[in-house]
Design a protein around this ligand. Sequence first.
Ligand code: TXA
Ligand code: MG
Length: 337
Amino acid sequence: MLDPSREDSADSQRGSEAGVTFETRLTDSPEEAAAFVRRGLPVAFPTETVYGLGASVYDEQAIRRIYEAKGRPPSNPLIAHVASRRQIDELAARIPPAAERLIKAFFPGPLTLVLPRRETVPPIATAGLETVGVRMPDHPIARVFIEAVGSPVVAPSANRSGRPSPTTWQAVQEDLGGRIACILTGGRTRAGLESTVVDCTGDIPVILRPGSVTEEQLRRVAPQLHTRITHEEQLARSPGTRFRHYAPEGDVILVDDPADARDAAGAAYIGIKAPTPDAPFGLIRICEDEAKYAFELFDFLRECDRRKIQRIYCQRPGSRDIGAALLDRLDRASRGA
Ligand code: TXA
Ligand code: MG
């Protein structure tokens, strides 16, 4: 299926799992990556939040391959990534006034708007929902890639389902090497946490998933914004929140104070406040503020896995600004399967 002259390239990696069929091509060329997508093969690509695993919104077979490669439950819809206003109109049947204001203020950027979808958007892209999540990434490589594909690109985060999202191409390779045809390489992502998902289909916008754009920032443009939906409502409206997520192999334990991290020997710790200097943690990461903590979290959880750390203590962040998204991820990473 792939260019045979590239089979033995030093840039390629053969997967080792059973049933694996791909040489995973690493490329820094958005045009080369887009050519894979046009042939129906999903490609991982960088955005400002985390790496995504993309296919054309109109390619149902390729979208099936995304779900397969990730091991993603089919009931969890994908975000459609666009490079222009024209592509938003191509996907959305209607853009309510509040959505217009949010687009003006935050696109391109780490914000996903859930909008009524057009009939032309295949149901498999939205897990059968009548809505579509739309986001315009603020990342030069992602934009050139989407333009080269020539249609909106649906993409979940490029991790195996349930694992921490990838903030480097190496993390993508760890999870999906051998399972996908191509990784478009870029540097480490800028934000570290995923986009904020806001449902704009009703009269009042509702945050379905906190993320890199904070509630406080959104409120300046949409003062009525709803955030406190019930757990049941969240499950109904945002299928992705139903699943255990962001979880490393070890147990994630939230602590208010590093001194509450007992059994430090061999365990790991991440937070803003440092633990007592003589605590024998196997791995410690101290972050200067919550933004840095958010930036570091997924990378840190993966490092814990590489070192086979079984207990991971994470300082509980506050619930304001980026702390809300960080707390959401930590909370879900710490939940049992
Ligand atoms: O930053 C991000 O959002 C990254 C990058 C790659 O763009 N993408 C990402 O995708 O995090 P994923 O699939 O891991 O998470 C998408 C979230 C899920 O919680 C999903 O349920 C929700 O967005 N979502 C997508 N479409 C939706 C829709 N039509 N209605 C409600 N929720 C939707
Ligand atoms: Mg994800």
